[in-house]
Design a protein around this ligand. Structure first.
Ligand SMILES: [Zn+2]
Length: 232
């Protein structure tokens, strides 16, 4: 009995010493890599282009709204997002999102938001998968900033996902409270801002105000800091 306890203690001690050098798995590409708080291999880290460091905005119907993007939509992040959306388990991005969460929190304080609102999924899609990346992102931002995540939007169309049919525009309707919240919209990828524009329009019709956008990836063309969400 005594010997067994000693063995367990020794094993724990060795484990603690080895922990720093034990192989870890990159949160983006799944390859084993050096264990770091970010859980991201060197190759992926180099391939990530941070976008949260400069002021950007997306033009909605009521004017340009500040936007806080984590990364440019490319390389390892694009691959990871496909896996996060369609994989068999919810994504766990480790500390990769921390700088973005911090920047978004600061932007939320500046914009005096009341709540984060995730772009909702088509209902049949959420049922088939069990999680929705914008919900996970909004939860992360809510934790970072201390603001609640509120479900003020529902998706009312049930067409093909936009990844398969870019001609189909989403339809949104307001839901829940209608007492004029100042909200930050959260999505995974923003390309032209069309989804954000339509979601913001639905919220505006219900008396809310969209004062901030946050997204994991900016897939806009070029390096323009302010885009129009009008159809090109
Ligand atoms: Zn990697």
């Amino acid at each position: 009995m005594g010997k067994r306890v000693t063995m367990v203690v020794d094993w724990l001690g060795a484990g603690a010493r080895l922990w720093r050098w034990a192989p870890s798995v990159c949160a983006l590409c799944g390859q084993s890599c050096r264990r770091t708080p970010a859980r991201c291999c060197d190759a992926c880290r180099v391939g990530l282009t941070a976008r949260h460091d400069t002021g950007r905005s997306v033009r909605l119907d009521h004017g340009a709204v500040p936007a806080c993007f984590a990364f440019r939509y490319a390389g390892p992040l694009a691959d990871w997002l496909v896996e996060a959306k369609f994989g068999r388990a919810p994504p766990s991005p480790g500390e990769i999102l921390t700088p973005w969460a911090t920047a978004s929190s600061n932007a939320a304080a500046t914009a005096s938001i009341d709540a984060w609102v995730a772009i909702p999924p088509q209902l049949d899609r959420l049922r088939s998968r069990g999680w929705h990346v914008p919900d996970l992102l909004a939860g992360r931002l809510g934790k970072a900033s201390g603001h609640p995540v509120e479900r003020l939007l529902v998706r009312t169309d049930r067409g093909a996902p936009r990844s398969r049919d870019h001609g189909v525009l989403p339809h949104f309707a307001a839901a829940g409270r209608r007492d004029g919240r100042r909200v930050a919209l959260v999505d995974d990828v923003v390309t032209r801002g069309e989804t954000m524009r339509l979601a913001a329009a639905a919220l505006t019709r219900a008396g809310h105000e969209v004062v901030l956008l946050a997204a994991l990836a900016d897939a806009g063309r070029g390096d323009d800091s302010c885009r129009s969400a009008e159809p090109a």
